[in-house]
Write a protein that binds this ligand. Structure first.
Ligand code: APR
Ligand code: PHB
Length: 389
């Protein structure tokens, strides 16, 4: 098989790239390890920056997002009963869209056939070859048959555990990582949200987040110890903990109900540099991970793909290699600023096991400062809505 761009991974990064390249009439094929049902069944975050919405608008894959998504103009930080409202629309002139990544993925997949975007599902043993030449190729097994896909470029959109980043020789790359000493227990329930906006709570017992998917479906999170098991958290225990951590005013409006989904995820900050090695380009979770506190994971994948699709379209359509040459530096400049924001908001709102009384006072002082300073609120708001590309 031959194509212009071999894309590994049918998550948000791979699917957005595939659509943008096909829209520019560039050949590409997506190789995905899992089944379509598995990919569509993933429950992830749900806050879209303007950058991400713009991609879906540009692709014309935006009807359901505008019909079912919820535009939000602010969110709250909670600290022991105090609610600090961050009015992102007033401060930045921008809003964010509450629309689950699950829905984004479903919309991109439903639109793939009309775009002529081919996804090969359940491919195994994907391996990258000759990635420092101009004739790289990918080998894989599909339905028991070995296959080879020759391409001009390979886009590694295969997430944190995929083969692409591992194909870069150790001497050619550098990792930066912070693993947090706790995880997030997430719960999805078909109950109305407790508040019209998201609430990020810092509490002595740990962090909690009240989010939503629609006016009838809520998404909640609580910080749990790193080795916690979801079996030890029956629904009622989660509801009780949320009520304690979110504070009386917010908790008073919580509607309880059975969990549709409940799982625990670890938190880490991670960046791999550079995001290009020869003919291989890394994008999304394949290159970087953020703690979910700032809801930046999907949005960073989107900004990577804006840079990468512009670069590849410039190369194939205008024989302009500037975007290709500058992709890694441009993408990383935005990645690091989002890493900083996600790390900072995590440190502000979570309880660290080795926190000293001084550390706690620093959190209280920072929350007091944010509560009293429009400048501090603007700094948070412009990061939350997404920094300019
Ligand atoms: N071969 C083919 N496909 C693979 C392989 C492999 N060896 N390994 C992983 N994949 C696929 C995964 O099955 C997944 O569908 O690559 C895809 C990677 O998708 P994501 O992990 O969703 O990463 P990305 O597209 O960068 O999107 C980042 O997704 O996981 C969330 O929190 C993350 O919001 C962030 C967003
Ligand atoms: C979610 O709704 O899943 C969500 C929202 C905001 C976050 C993280 C997750 O920061």
């Amino acid at each position: 098989m031959k194509t212009q761009v071999a894309i590994i991974g049918a998550g948000p990064a791979g699917l957005m790239l595939g659509h943008l390249l096909r829209q520019a009439d560039i050949d590409c094929v997506i190789l995905e390890r899992q089944s379509r049902a598995h990919v569509e069944g993933r429950i992830r975050a749900g806050v879209l920056e303007r950058t991400t919405m713009d991609i879906l608008d540009k692709l014309g894959i935006n009807r359901r997002m505008h019909a079912e998504g919820l535009l939000h103009s602010g969110f709250c930080l909670a600290d022991g009963g105090r609610l600090i409202h961050i009015d992102i629309a007033e401060l930045t002139g921008k809003q964010v869209m509450i629309y689950g990544q699950t829905e984004v993925t479903r919309d991109l997949l439903d639109a793939a056939p009309d775009r002529g975007l081919e996804v090969l599902w359940e491919v195994e043993d994907v391996e990258l070859h000759e990635i420092t030449t101009e004739t790289p190729y990918v080998t894989f097994v599909k339905g028991g048959e070995s296959a080879r896909l020759e391409a001009h470029f390979i886009a590694g959109c295969d997430g944190f555990h995929g083969p692409s980043r591992r194909s870069v020789p150790q001497r050619a790359g550098r990792e930066f990582e912070r693993v947090y000493p706790f995880g997030w227990l997430g719960m999805l329930a078909e109950v109305p949200p407790c508040r019209h906006e998201l609430v990020y709570a810092n509490h002595a017992r740990g962090f909690a987040l009240a989010s939503m998917r629609s006016h009838s479906r809520s998404r909640y999170y609580i910080q749990v110890p790193i080795d916690e098991r979801v079996e030890d958290w029956p629904d009622e225990r989660v509801w009780d903990e949320l009520s304690l951590r979110l504070g009386a005013e917010v908790a008073g409006n919580i509607t309880r109900g059975p969990a549709l989904e409940k799982s625990i995820a670890p938190l880490r900050s991670y960046v791999f540099e550079p995001m290009r090695h020869g003919s291989l380009f890394l994008a999304g979770d394949a290159a970087h991970i953020v703690p979910p506190t700032g809801a930046k994971g999907l949005n960073l994948a989107a900004s990577d793909i804006v840079y990468l699709s512009d670069a590849m379209i410039g190369f194939f359509k205008r024989k302009d290699a500037l975007g290709i040459e500058t992709y890694s530096a441009r993408a990383l400049a935005r990645v690091w600023k989002s890493e900083r924001f996600s790390w900072s908001l995590t440190c502000l709102t979570h309880r660290f096991p080795d926190d000293s009384p001084f550390d706690r006072r620093m959190q209280v002082a920072e929350l007091d400062y944010i509560a009293s300073s429009p400048a501090a609120q603007l700094a948070i708001a412009e990061n939350y809505v997404g920094l300019p590309l």
